[in-house]
Ligand binder design. Structure first.
Ligand code: NDP
Length: 331
C-alpha cells in the first residue's frame, strides 16, 4: 500500500514516515526542494520512500502533477501547513497556504486520484480552541469549534495561525459536504506536540515551533523568568501513530481525533528538567517547583478519540525526558 504524505519534511510528518515504513507501507512525500528531499531520503535510508517537489501548496493545482505520477497511492495524508508565529503578512504567509493548501489537496485527489480511498488532514486543537482555555467550567471535546473570525485572525501572528487552522479545517468539512467525494476523510487535532525529532541530527539550532518551546527552556539563563506558555501536550510519536490509525480503522472515518495526553505549564517542564537532569539543570532557573499544578484549564474530554486510538498515550515526563535527552546529546 502506498501512502502519499504532503509536507513530509515536517517535524510530525518525519515521524509519520518512519512509522509507515516500519509497518511496511510505501511512502511518497512532497517536499519544497530537492535538497530537502535528498536529506530526508538519506536519513530514512529506505528504497520504499520517494519524494515529489511541491514548492508552495497554496498555488492552484499544486498537487496535480505529483499525484498524477502516483496512481498507486491509495491513502493521502495532508500535513503541510505553515506553523510559526513570525509572519509579517498574516494572510499571505499563514491563512492562504493553510486554506488553499488544504483545498488544493482535496481537489487534486478528487480530480486525479480516483484510487485514493482515505484522506487524513492534520488540523489542530487551534480549530477547537474555546473562548478561554484556562476556564475550568468549559469543556472541549471532538465536537468543539473555535469561533475566531478572519478579522481577529489578522490582528497578530498567534491568532493568525489559530485562524489558519480553523478556516482550513472548516474547508475540509465544507468540501466533504458539497463535493461528496468518493474518499473518506478523518481529521487530526493535536494540542502542543512535544517529543524528540525523528532524527537526532535535526535536534540542533532553532527547532520547529512546538519543539522549540522545550528547547528554549533548556537554554534558559539562571535569572530568566519561567515562560508563561501552557496548554495541552501530546507526544509526536503518538501523533504519528494516530495519523496511521486514522486511515487504518473504519471507526475513524469522518471523525475529528482530539489528541491530548494532558495539560502542562513551563514550570512542570522545568521541574522535570531538575528532577531528571540535575547536573545540567543546576544552571537553570527553579521557578516555584510544583506550582504548575495550580494552573486552571478548560476540561479536555477526548474519551471518544482515546477509544478509537486504542493505545496508551505517553505522559509528560516521558515526552519531555526524551526531548531533552536528544537536545543535550546534540549540544
Ligand atoms: P513543521 O513546521 O515542522 O512542518 C510543516 C511542514 O509543512 C514542513 O514540511 C513545511 O515545509 C511544510 N509547509 C509549510 N508551508 C508550506 C507551503 N506554503 N508550501 C509547501 N509546504 C509548506 O510543523 P509540524 O510538523 O509541527 O506541523 C505539521 C502539521 O501539524 C501542521 O499542519 C500543523 O499546523 C499541525 N499541528 C502541529 C502542532 C505542533 O504542536 N507541532 C499542533 C497542532 C497541529 P518547509 O519546512 O520546507 O517549509
Amino acid at each position: 500500500t502506498t501512502v502519499f504524505v504532503s509536507g513530509v519534511t515536517g517535524y510530525i510528518a518525519q515521524h509519520i514516515v518512519k512509522q509507515l515504513l516500519a509497518k511496511g507501507y510505501i511512502v511518497v512525500g512532497t517536499v519544497r526542494s530537492t535538497e530537502k528531499g535528498e536529506k530526508l531520503k538519506t536519513s530514512l535510508n529506505s528504497d520504499k520512500f520517494s519524494y515529489e517537489i511541491v514548492k508552495a501548496i497554496e498555488e492552484e493545482g499544486a498537487f496535480d502533477e505529483a499525484l498524477k505520477k502516483h496512481p498507486e497511492a491509495t491513502i493521502f495524508l495532508h500535513t503541510a501547513s505553515p506553523f510559526h508565529f513570525n509572519a509579517t503578512d498574516i494572510e499571505k504567509q499563514l491563512i492562504i497556504p493553510a486554506i488553499y493548501g488544504t483545498k488544493n489537496a482535496l481537489k487534486t485527489i478528487k480530480q486525479y486520484g480516483p484510487q485514493v480511498k482515505r484522506v487524513v488532514v492534520t488540523s489542530s486543537y487551534a480549530a477547537m480552541f474555546p473562548k478561554d482555555d484556562t476556564d475550568a467550567t468549559i469543556t472541549v471535546n471532538e465536537n468543539s469549534w473555535n469561533a475566531i473570525t478572519k478579522e481577529v485572525a489578522l490582528t497578530n501572528p498567534l491568532f493568525g495561525y489559530i485562524g489558519s487552522k480553523t478556516f482550513a479545517e472548516q474547508a475540509v468539512w465544507e468540501f466533504v459536504k458539497t463535493e461528496n467525494p468518493s474518499f473518506d476523510v478523518s481529521v487530526i487535532n493535536p494540542v502542543f506536540v512535544f517529543g524528540p525529532q525523528a532524527f537526532d541530527e535535526n535536534a540542533k539550532g532553532t527547532l520547529n515551533t512546538s519543539a522549540e518551546i522545550i528547547n528554549s527552556i533548556v537554554q534558559l539563563k539562571p535569572d530568566d523568568n519561567v515562560p508563561n506558555i501552557e496548554g495541552g501536550y501530546i507526544d509526536v510519536r503518538d501523533v504519528a501513530a494516530a495519523h496511521i490509525i486514522a486511515f487504518e480503522k473504519k471507526e475513524a472515518i469522518s471523525q475529528r481525533l482530539l489528541l491530548s495526553a494532558g495539560r502542562f505549564t513551563c514550570q512542570d517542564i522545568l521541574d522535570i528538567l531538575h528532577e531528571k537532569f540535575p547536573e545540567y539543570a543546576a544552571n537553570l532557573p527553579k521557578g516555584v517547583p510544583g506550582s504548575g499544578k495550580e494552573a486552571t484549564f478548560a476540561v479536555l474530554d477526548n474519551k471518544k478519540t482515546k477509544e478509537i486510538l486504542g493505545f496508551e498515550l505517553r505522559n509528560l515526563e516521558q515526552t519531555i525526558t526524551d526531548s531533552i535527552k536528544q537536545i543535550l546529546t546534540n549540544k
